[in-house]
Design a protein around this ligand. Structure first.
Ligand SMILES: CC(C)(COP(=O)(O)OP(=O)(O)OC[C@H]1O[C@@H](n2cnc3c(N)ncnc32)[C@H](O)[C@@H]1OP(=O)(O)O)[C@@H](O)C(=O)NCCC(=O)NCCS
Length: 186
């Protein structure tokens, strides 16, 4: 697994995942800005994204992390090149061949299966590279995110009690994971 390189573009007939780059900054910022109520309870960076400049800095960060191979962040687009949300493979650990997937969608784009599609596209690539384990974690109150994990056959591994600081309140964090069916750990 020395050479891990996820493709910069992935897609199917409905969506495209495109590596984060500055082309999408304005659309991304507008999507976040218009969806604060929907995103804020579960994504703690929302309150730190107050201007287009903040989004540009985040894109710079994602560009660097991609080069370091520690986080692979994609914008999710429809075929009209509209930003629907994002998905990323983060906490990448090459030694353990593991990492975690995170995601969000604009509220008006939920209910169409876009995250499930994006997850499948990304997961296939990750497993084809030889990664063994992908985790999904979420606030125990985040039923929509839990449903994504369950819908996509991630196994429930447990509840980490009081593991998430949600605006000063400690919430339980649920852990789901999928093991690569193609590989065995050597
Ligand atoms: C979590 C989140 C991304 C889930 O979005 P979603 O659209 O419900 O997720 P999916 O892509 O799996 O779509 C499933 C829904 O689309 C429907 N659907 C339609 N076509 C589908 C298809 N081809 N495949 C799967 N689902 C499909 C399903 O029935 C389901 O609808 P329902 O919830 O009304 O039953 C979204 O709620 C969100 O952005 N939340 C805020 C941010 C957040 O919590 N991020 C995660 C932090 S841990």
């Amino acid at each position: 697994m020395e050479k891990i390189a996820l493709p910069e573009t992935l897609g199917n007939e409905t969506i495209t995942l495109q590596r984060h780059n500055h082309i999408f900054d304005e659309q991304l910022f507008n999507a976040i800005d218009a969806n604060r109520t929907h995103l804020r309870p579960w994504l703690f960076w929302v309150d730190k994204t107050n201007t287009l400049e903040d989004t540009k800095k985040t894109t710079d960060l994602f560009i660097n992390l991609w080069q370091e191979k520690s986080n692979f962040a994609y914008v999710i687009l429809n075929k009209q090149n509209e930003v629907l949300g994002t998905i990323d493979f983060h906490d990448v650990n090459i030694d353990n061949r593991s990492g975690e997937i995170g995601y969000w969608l604009r509220k008006d784009k939920t209910g169409y299966g876009y995250i499930s599609m994006a997850l499948k596209l990304l997961e296939d690539e990750i497993f084809n590279l030889g990664f063994v384990r992908i985790a999904i974690t979420c606030d125990s109150l985040n039923t929509a995110s839990s449903a994504v994990a369950i819908r996509n056959s991630y196994s429930y591994e447990g509840c980490c009690k009081k593991a998430l600081n949600a605006y000063g309140e400690l919430h339980d964090r649920l852990l789901y994971a999928k093991i690569n069916p193609l590989t065995s750990i050597s």
